[in-house]
Design a protein around this ligand. Structure first.
Ligand SMILES: [Zn+2]
Ligand SMILES: [Zn+2]
Length: 503
């Protein structure tokens, strides 16, 4: 009887072990920051665990950066002031156990983003105030009054009207309204709006409850994987669109030289829940100057949903405007080397998922534009390459301040799933490059892991059945042996009666 109980307990423990979560492993993360630029980064614990306490075990933070508990993990923030690389190892106590987390910090001289004018956020807010009184604007008599203390934009041709009582002449005239876009999950929406007489352009995103509106780039704080390009230009690109962005609207605000604002119509983002999602996309746009004889290779890393492959297409355009790109014939690989054409051209890549079973395609997810400037003549400058690794989403290299790279190679990433995708919620995986320590994060599209979920459940049910069968076997065997023992009992009783029984 006791033996059977022990066996059952052992089997139950086995079943528990089968369904138990993975143990916490030590982890490392890499962060690249620009000197003298404020950053704030949240570092989550592996497996979505909650951190309870932390203490620095060894190493040190880059001068100017600090660490504190934030959210359910660690927050790293501050303004790094010294070039170079640092490493700190932190012992974190989480709900699922203890782990050592190493944070590599690379402080670089400058990132080289494409030239995009990002408008100061104060300007539209003030301008929005003037929008509240359109009637007044139409009837107001032009009266010379002293200009207000703060004008969002320098007035090139001063007018007697104050900013807060704008004249119709000061207001930009909208020539093109943005139109709504329907995309598959992970896809890209491109909005175009134009106006005459705009000194400044700011795109806003309005949430689907109608409660929040924000400068477009701010929405990236709410959705992981969401990317915004082209703020401050006539073309706004919203890429890596998650389901949660369904029903959000894009709106363009044109600010005239006197601070008056013309607001475009709202263009609705519709996310198709059904159908295959667009691939996740990693491409860090470069801004490169090439001299005669030099070249650069652009490469992209794309993650398709399960059961799909990726179709690549590279595009070019002569201005920073994703709406104007043209497909480059034959450029359908994961990487592309632009030809040497004197002048400045912009390049991007578009990726689609193609379902292997039926050829169904997702909408295209576009990358941001890389700026390549080709200059005829010899380069006179002597490169000085960094001793530490620099990295972007695709590769690592030793870099010179001029943008030239040496020893460049694609990351060799070991992936760990942090949160499995369910049929409804996106999951997340994290990887670390074996060479440079770069840390990557990717969203696993909802539904992608359905099959593994099902497999797990089937496995658990099968294990349960096997255990049940074994238990039934044990019961049957023990019953039979008891019956057999009972039939031998009279003899043993005689045996006991002739000796002094122990019990
Ligand atoms: Zn150089
Ligand atoms: Zn790497």
């Amino acid at each position: 009887m006791r033996k059977r109980g022990a066996l059952a307990a052992l089997l139950a423990a086995l079943l528990l072990l089968l369904l138990a979560p993975m143990a916490l492993a030590d982890d490392s993360t890499t962060l690249t920051a620009v000197r003298n630029e404020y950053i704030r980064v949240l570092i989550d614990m592996p497996n979505g665990s909650t951190m309870r306490s932390h203490r620095v075990e060894s190493g040190e933070m880059a001068p100017g950066l600090s660490l504190r508990a934030e959210g359910e993990g660690l927050g790293l923030f501050g303004t790094p002031n010294t070039l170079g690389n640092w490493s700190v190892t932190v012992r974190c106590t989480t709900d699922d156990g203890e782990l050592l987390l190493t944070i590599h910090q690379y402080i670089i001289a400058s990132s080289a983003p494409p030239a995009v004018g990002i408008a100061p956020t104060a300007a539209p807010a003030e301008a929005a105030g003037s929008m509240a009184e359109p009637e007044q604007e139409m009837t107001a008599e032009p009266q010379p009054t002293p200009p207000p203390a703060a004008t969002p934009v320098p007035t090139l041709a001063p007018t007697p009207e104050p900013t807060l009582a704008p004249t119709p002449e000061g207001r930009p005239v909208i020539r093109k309204e943005p139109s709504g876009e329907t995309v598959t999950r992970g896809g890209t929406a491109i909005f175009v709006a134009r106006a005459d007489g705009a000194a400044e352009i700011v795109w806003y995103l309005l949430d689907n409850s109608g409660e929040a509106e924000m400068p477009a780039q701010q929405a990236t704080e709410f959705f992981s994987g969401l990317r915004i390009y082209g703020q401050g230009t006539e073309t706004l690109t919203v890429s890596g669109i998650p389901s949660g962005l369904n029903g959000w609207r894009a709106e363009c605000r044109f600010i005239g030289p006197t601070g008056t604002v013309a607001v475009s119509d709202d263009a609705v983002i519709t996310v198709r829940e059904k159908g295959i999602s667009s691939p996740g996309l990693i491409f860090d746009p470069q801004k490169v100057e090439l001299y005669t004889g030099e070249s650069v290779t652009l490469s992209v890393s794309a993650l398709p949903p399960e059961g799909a492959t990726v179709r690549y297409q590279w595009y070019s355009t002569d201005k920073y405007d994703l709406a104007s790109v043209k497909a480059i014939e034959g450029a359908t690989d994961t990487s592309f080397t632009p030809p040497f054409i004197p002048g400045t051209l912009y390049y991007c890549v578009g990726v689609r998922s193609v379902r292997t079973s039926n050829g169904e395609e997702s909408s295209t997810a576009y990358s941001d534009l890389a700026e390549i400037r080709c200059i005829e003549g010899e380069r006179t400058h002597e490169h000085v390459f960094s001793s530490y690794w620099l990295a972007d989403g695709v590769s690592h290299w030793h870099g010179c301040d001029c943008g030239q790279r040496q020893d460049e190679g694609e990351h060799e990433i070991d992936w760990t799933v942090i949160r499995r995708a369910t049929s409804r919620r996106d999951g997340e995986r994290r990887g670390v490059c074996r060479v440079c320590g770069y840390e990557a994060r990717e969203t696993i599209a909802a539904g992608a892991a359905e099959r593994t979920d099902t497999a797990r459940i089937v496995l658990a049910v099968l294990a349960g059945l096997v255990i049940l069968l074994i238990l039934m076997g044990i019961i049957l065997l023990s019953r039979r042996s008891r019956r057999r023992r009972r039939s031998r009992r009279p003899r043993s009783r005689t045996y006991h009666s002739t000796h002094t029984p122990r019990r």
